[in-house]
Design a protein around this ligand. Structure first.
Ligand SMILES: Cc1cc2nc3c(=O)[nH]c(=O)nc-3n(C[C@H](O)[C@H](O)[C@H](O)COP(=O)(O)OP(=O)(O)OC[C@H]3O[C@@H](n4cnc5c(N)ncnc54)[C@H](O)[C@@H]3O)c2cc1C
Length: 489
């Protein structure tokens, strides 16, 4: 019997995308084995179960998983309702994991520590592609090796947050003061309430997690006198975090930015923009954060009781260090995916459809899926991961026609901040939006193209009609891909 038939496809991580991958594999007649580090599925979502997502149920349930669940009598939650992360676990992922074919594939409390090609170190090429993989898996009873025909790394990035230091390294003193620093989204209004009530809290970051933390702290401050909030960001591009408001395809995401803008306008936050943190010092009780302003001068935030670092996450690349992966040098996604998701170029939140080809590595039959596939890029959405899982499962099953027919329906953010400018023939002028200025009333690129198949948005279309090279929104459209609702801008 050959390895393709005899060995399972290993899925690492039983988050929403890992479980979706298992469902697609089962539909394709492939045999998944899912290793999950946590004692239950979706351990990362569990850690922020109090957070309400900004995408409604209709974007949060994978289609193959839905088919499996519905065949067992599952009642889907209302399409337009916004679940919390905890509800995603309770109402969708836990029932999915309990279905007999998924449950049989699941190995909980099983952390994959490394992946290799069985009998081949990284240097050895001849015969490599035909060899199975070997995974080293740690459980309570020790480390065991498992062989697999293909490997899908769906481990996410949530457990490896970016540090406070603006240069990407932990700020000096960050590790020493770990007891006063939280990463991501602590439960400010619930389990962690006493920790933040009546304190001066610094939130660092310019993404949705930072916005959620600031809003929670502002609510806390209404009932807990003495709670003071400082918001620090490394740059001054408030447009990106305030977002597209009512133009956002996800109303809740738009509202998040709009509410934050209102808090700033009302003076309920102390805003420290252009603050590049370098060190945390102990001031004999309170902490001080030292940093630099753009002109190189030293700046400080004094009298800090608690710090919440919401500066994004990065992938743990240790897992794949013994196999052949080719990554974009700074995003740490695949090279093919990078131009589609690079936040230096886009904050559109909408990406071109992509599947097994964009996710492929030199190591045959190894893919990173889900949040991990985006490396350090912050805009990952579940719907993207589900389509990745569908395409990769089809490719592994040998159905290339289906694998290449990538379709992705994503809501637009309604805000776009590329670095390209009008003079350079680009479509998305960077919105220079000071705190008080209104956000542009329409999607910056005018929405999807009207007629040209090679354009990503209206302004790209106009530029190309005028003989210009286009807007620079990203890679050329893939011949196999279809954007159903949203274009890249
Ligand atoms: C606060 C927040 C809000 C978000 N809101 C939305 C939203 O509204 N809409 C949306 O579409 N997306 C949203 N996202 C983005 C995205 O949907 C989530 O990050 C989602 O959890 C990604 O799913 P995943 O399966 O790729 O990874 P994860 O959910 O991170 O799952 C990874 C799994 O792998 C396991 N694991 C990790 N390492 C190992 C290992 N070595 N061995 C075995 N198992 C391992 C983990 O325990 C975990 O269960 C949000 C993200 C965050 C952080």
């Amino acid at each position: 019997m050959n390895d393709r038939i005899a060995l399972p496809v290993a899925v690492i991580g039983a988050g929403p995308v890992g479980l979706a991958a298992a469902a697609h594999m089962l539909e394709r007649g492939l045999r998944p084995v899912v290793f999950e580090a946590g004692a239950t599925v979706a351990a990362n979502l569990e850690s922020f179960r109090h957070v309400r997502l900004f995408s409604p149920w209709r974007y949060n349930v994978d289609r193959a998983a839905r088919r499996l669940l519905e065949s067992a009598g599952w009642q889907p939650p209302p399409d337009e309702e916004l679940p919390t992360a905890g509800e995603i676990v309770d109402r969708y992922l836990a029932p999915l994991a309990a279905l007999p074919p998924i449950a049989a594939a699941l190995q909980l409390s099983s952390r994959v520590e490394s992946i290799a090609r069985d009998g081949f170190d990284k240097l050895k090429s001849r015969g490599r592609d035909e060899a199975p993989f070997v995974l080293r898996v740690r459980t309570a009873s020790g480390v065991r090796e498992h062989r697999a025909w293909a490997v899908l790394d769906a481990t996410g990035t949530w457990a490896t947050p970016n540090p406070l230091g603006a240069n990407g390294l932990p700020a000096l003193g960050e590790r020493e003061h770990a007891d006063r620093i939280a990463y991501g989204m602590p439960d400010i209004l619930g389990a962690q309430r006493a920790r933040y009530a009546g304190r001066r809290v610094v939130v660092a970051g310019a993404g949705h997690s930072a916005a959620g933390n600031l809003l929670a702290l502002a609510k806390l401050a209404q009932t807990e006198p003495g709670t003071r909030i400082v918001w620090t960001i490394r740059g001054h591009d408030f447009a990106r975090i305030f977002g597209g408001g009512e133009n956002d395809g996800l109303a809740a995401r738009g509202a998040l930015g709009a509410r934050l803008r209102a808090l700033v306008g009302e003076g309920r936050l102390e805003v420290r923009a252009d603050f590049k943190a370098e060190a945390i010092r102990d001031e004999g009780g309170p902490l001080a954060i030292e940093g630099r302003a753009p002109d190189g001068s030293r700046v400080r935030i004094d009298a800090v009781d608690e710090i919440i670092v919401s500066t994004g996450c990065r992938p743990d690349l240790g897992l794949s260090s013994e196999i052949r992966v080719r990554l974009d040098p700074w995003l740490e996604s695949t090279e093919a995916l990078a131009p589609l998701i690079d936040p230096n170029e886009h904050s559109c939140g909408t990406v071109r459809p992509h599947g097994h080809r964009e996710l492929a590595h030199p190591e045959a039959r190894f893919y990173a899926l889900g949040a991990k596939s985006y490396g350090r890029a912050p805009n990952f959405l579940l719907a993207t991961g589900y389509e990745q899982a569908r395409s990769v499962a089809a490719a592994l099953a040998g159905d290339l026609a289906s694998a290449d027919d990538v379709q992705l329906e994503l809501p637009q953010t309604g805000v776009c901040s590329t670095q390209f400018d009008e003079a350079a023939g680009a479509c998305c002028a960077k919105p220079e939006t000071p705190v008080e200025a209104p956000i542009a009333a329409s999607s910056c690129c005018g929405g999807p193209p009207k007629s040209r198949a090679d354009a990503c948005c209206v302004r790209d279309e106009v530029a190309k009609d005028e003989g210009k090279s286009g807007c620079g929104c990203g890679a050329e459209p893939k011949p196999s891909g279809k954007v159903i609702e949203a274009s890249c801008c």
